[in-house]
Design a protein around this ligand. Structure first.
Ligand code: FES
Ligand SMILES: [Fe+2]
Length: 446
C-alpha cells in the first residue's frame, strides 16, 4: 500500500494524522527513506581520544562503531560482520587493535579492513578477496566542533549545507562558555528506553514551550543550579526576546535574542567558585562574539532526531527509533573540556537531577509522550488527527535573526518539520529536502 502522505500530513492547515506516530508502515518508511539519508549525530571525538578507541553508537535502528584507527582517523562502520552478520563489537566502548568477530573469528583492523580469516588457505584461497569484504563504512562523515555526524547517502549535501542557518544555534551549544569556538567534551551519556514514538520527543525540542504547565511541580521545588525555588533552571534569559525559529531543512529551535545591553545573572549563587567561572565566561563571550553573543540557545532539534539543550543542562539528545512506539534516548552531556573540576562536578549533578531517566524535568516530558502514544494507538483514536494550528502564519523571515522567526509560542517549527518529513517519505531529491524552493533566506545567502 502506498501511504497517502499528503492527506495524512497537511502542515498548511496544521493537521497531522496520528498514523505517523503509531503505524508500523510509517516506521518502516522512515527507516528506509529518512534514516538512510539524513545526517545523523553519532558521537563526540572526546569519547574516542586515542588511536584504537571505539564507541558503539546507532544510526536509526542499526548499530554502528565510531572508531579512531591506528593513524588517528575517525570512522563509522556498520556493526555487522561481513561473513554472516554477527555484531562485531558488543561492547559500549573501549580500545582495540582489532575487532574480532565472536562467531567465526574474522577480524577487522580499526580502519575496517578484513585482516584475519581462520583457515584462509584451505577454505578460501583464490576465491575470497579480502579487499572486498571490509566492514561497511558510512560514505559521508563530518566532524563539527568535536561532534561526529554521518549519512548513509553518498549524494547527501555537505553537513554545513544540511545545517543551513541552524549552525549559529548549534555553535552556541558546542562552543566554550567563554566564546572560544568548540572545546566541549562529553562527561557522560544516559541511555534509556521509553514507550513512545521518537517524534514526540523531537518535536518537543523544536520549541514546544506551550507544555510548560506540565512542569509546574518541578518548578515549585526548584532544582536549578542556584537551588532557589520557583524555577527548574535559573533565569539567564531575563529581558531577552524569546524566538522560535525554523529553517527550510527542517531544523527548529527556541532561542532567546538578548537586548543590546545585558548583564550576567548570578546563577550558581551557592557555589562561589563556579559562579565566578561563569561570570568570567559571560564577559569573555560578549567580548569575543560581539553581536553574536546576543543569541542564547534554549532548546532545538536538528532534523530529524538530534535535540539539544543549549545552556542548562547543556547537551545533545538523540531519539533513536525502536519500533513505531518505542524510543531509545541517548543524552550526551557536554561541558567545557578545560573547565575546573568543581564546575564540571556541579554541572554533572545538575544535569542528572534535571535530565535523563531519573531527571525530574525529563520525567514530566516522558509521561506526556508515552501516554500520548498509548492513547493514540486505538482504532477510534487513529481516526482523529492532531492539531498544529498555533500561531498560523505568525512569523517573519530573517527578523531579528536569520530563519523564519516567531515572537510567540508557535506550531510553526513542527509544521515546518513535518513538511520536510513528508518530503523524505516521498523520496524527494536533495533540492527539495533542503527546502530550496521555500527558502528566501537560503537563496539570499547563495
Ligand atoms: S559472522 Fe563474523 S566471522 Fe562469521
Ligand atoms: Fe518539557
Amino acid at each position: 500500500m502506498t501511504l497517502p502522505i499528503d492527506q495524512l500530513i497537511d502542515p498548511q492547515r496544521g493537521i497531522i494524522s496520528r498514523e505517523i506516530f503509531v503505524s508500523p508502515e510509517f516506521h518502516k518508511e522512515e527507516l528506509e527513506k529518512l534514516f538512510t539519508r539524513a545526517w545523523l549525530f553519532v558521537g563526540h571525538v572526546s569519547q574516542i581520544p586515542k588511536p584504537g578507541d571505539f564507541y558503539t553508537s546507532r544510526m536509526g535502528e542499526e548499530s554502528v562503531i565510531l572508531c579512531r584507527d591506528s593513524r588517528g582517523e575517525v570512522h563509522v562502520f556498520l556493526n555487522s560482520c561481513r561473513h554472516r552478520g554477527m555484531k562485531v563489537c558488543r561492547y559500549e566502548q573501549g580500545n582495540t587493535s582489532l575487532f574480532v568477530c565472536p562467531y567465526h573469528s574474522w577480524s577487522y583492523t580499526t580502519d575496517g579492513k578484513l585482516q584475519g580469516v581462520p583457515l584462509y588457505r584451505s577454505l578460501y584461497e583464490g576465491v575470497l578477496n579480502r579487499e572486498e569484504w571490509s566492514l561497511v563504512e558510512v560514505p559521508r562523515l563530518h566532524i563539527y566542533k568535536g561532534t561526529v555526524w554521518a549519512s548513509w547517502d553518498p549524494e547527501a549535501p555537505d553537513f554545513l549545507t544540511y545545517l543551513g542557518g541552524a549552525v549559529d544555534h548549534l555553535d552556541q551549544v558546542l562552543d566554550c562558555r567563554d566564546g572560544r569556538p568548540g572545546g566541549s567534551e562529553v562527561i557522560g551519556v544516559h541511555k534509556w528506553v521509553l514507550p513512545t514514538n521518537w517524534k514526540f520527543a523531537a518535536e518537543n525540542f523544536l520549541g514546544d514551550t506551550y507544555h510548560n504547565p506540565s512542569h509546574r511541580s518541578v518548578d515549585m521545588i526548584g532544582i536549578g543550579p542556584s537551588g532557589e525555588k520557583g524555577a527548574r533552571r535559573d533565569n539567564e534569559y531575563a529581558k531577552g526576546q524569546h524566538v522560535w525559529v525554523s529553517f527550510p531543512q527542517g531544523h527548529g529551535m527556541h532561542s532567546v535574542w538578548m537586548p543590546e545591553e545585558f548583564g550576567y545573572q548570578t546563577t550558581y549563587a551557592q557555589y562561589p567558585e563556579v559562579d565566578e567561572y561563569f561570570r568570567h565566561c559571560f564577559e569573555e563571550r560578549k567580548r569575543r562574539q560581539g553581536v553574536k553573543a546576543r543569541l542564547m540557545p534554549f532548546t532545538g532539534n536538528l532534523f530529524p532526531n538530534t535535540s539539544y539543550h543549549g545552556r542548562q543542562p547543556r547537551g545533545l539528545c538523540v531519539w533513536h527509533p525502536h519500533g513505531p512506539t518505542e524510543t531509545e534516548a541517548w543524552r550526551f552531556f557536554l561541558v567545557d573540556a578545560d573547565a575546573p573540576a568543581a564546575v564540571k562536578d556541579v554541572l554533572r549533578r545538575f544535569y542528572m537531577r534535571y535530565s535523563g531517566p531519573a531527571g525530574m524535568t525529563e520525567q514530566d516530558d516522558m509521561e506526556n509522550w508515552l501516554y500520548a502514544t498509548q492513547s493514540s494507538m486505538g482504532t477510534i483514536a487513529r481516526r482523529y488527527p492532531f492539531n498544529y494550528q498555533a500561531s498560523m502564519g505568525a512569523y517573519k523571515t530573517n527578523d531579528p535573526i536569520p530563519g523564519d522567526v516567531s515572537m510567540q509560542i508557535t506550531d510553526q517549527t513542527p509544521r515546518n518539520y513535518y513538511r520536510v518529513y513528508a518530503r523524505y517519505l516521498k523520496g524527494d531529491g536533495w533540492d527539495s529536502l533542503l527546502g530550496r524552493d521555500v527558502a528566501p533566506m537560503q537563496a539570499a545567502a547563495e
